[in-house]
Design a protein around this ligand. Structure first.
Ligand code: BTN
Length: 266
């Protein structure tokens, strides 16, 4: 791992047997002024978290739970592209390592065979509209069997092993995903000519959105989107350059949604 790291932005990987949440550990290290960029990797989590306060199933010995701690120093309004960058990196990394092609589901799900195989949870520290610290949490179900999934996710979740009958080397997948993330991130992040401000390159961002769109299973489908304020029903027609989902509602209005949970309606 050490040799590999020297070619990336990541200075070290902190490995733990068990943590509450790799995101929490990574953020507390960043908060206590630990220099970015590093990775926290755990064999299990006792309080693994998903979006909207959901629990992330995190048993030992089976899956990947990791958090990439970075200091992007980009404007908050452009930071949502980090989720898309991570989604594309996870898909590329998994394909390089397993030959399998994943799908994505707006805004943060990794999907295989219509079931959820992984998720992304990005948490940030923002000061004067600039994201000075970000933790990119990635969970991938690798070797879990269906019997071990909690009842609530038994029908909607899957793992690489369930899908192929094979057992996978988790470290290989971790390195493959880190390599992809590093290359996309270095390509996307630019410094202005004075060297004082960092920004996300517009054309790279547009390319990442295109890549996400190609894999997104919501587009063209009838969906229900639960946001913090309402439930919107209609057809998902596009994802725009600000990473918003465009829905043509059942009563004929166009809505641009920043964040929410999407269910496909059959
Ligand atoms: C989601 O789909 O809702 C996001 C799931 C993110 C899970 C990962 S596992 C590693 C990191 N630590 C956490 O507590 N959550 C993320």
């Amino acid at each position: 791992m050490r040799n590999f790291l020297s070619d990336t932005i990541f200075k070290r990987i902190i490995r733990e047997e068990q943590v509450g949440s790799t995101n929490d550990l990574a953020m507390s290290l960043l908060d206590s002024d630990e220099e970015g960029d590093f990775v926290v990797l755990a064999d299990s989590q006792t309080s693994g978290r998903g979006r909207r306060g959901r629990t992330w199933h995190s048993p030992p010995g089976e899956n990947i739970y990791m958090s990439l701690a970075i200091r992007p120093n980009v404007r908050l309004s452009r930071a949502t592209i980090l989720t898309f960058l991570t989604g594309v990196a996870v898909c590329n990394g998994l394909r390089a390592c397993t030959g399998l092609d994943m799908n994505l589901k707006w805004p943060n799900d990794i999907i295989f065979n219509k079931r959820k195989i992984g998720g992304i949870l990005i948490e940030t520290r923002v000061d004067r509209d600039v994201v000075h610290a970000a933790v990119v949490g990635i969970g991938v179900n690798v070797n879990s069997g269906r019997a071990g999934f909690p009842r609530e996710i038994k029908d909607s979740a899957t793992s690489l092993s369930i899908e192929t009958g094979l057992t996978y080397e988790r470290d290989e997948i971790v390195l493959s995903v880190l390599k992809e993330f590093d290359s996309l991130f270095c390509n996307a992040l630019k410094r202005d000519t004075t060297g004082t401000e960092t920004y996300i390159d517009g054309s790279v961002a547009r390319k990442l959105v295109r890549k996400w769109r190609e894999r997104d299973i919501t587009l063209g489908n009838s969906v229900s989107v639960v946001t913090s304020a309402e439930t919107i029903s209609g057809r998902a027609v596009d994802i725009d350059e600000m990473c918003r989902l465009k829905v043509l509602t059942d009563d004929g209005h166009e809505r641009l949604i920043h964040s929410g949970d999407v269910t496909l309606r059959i």
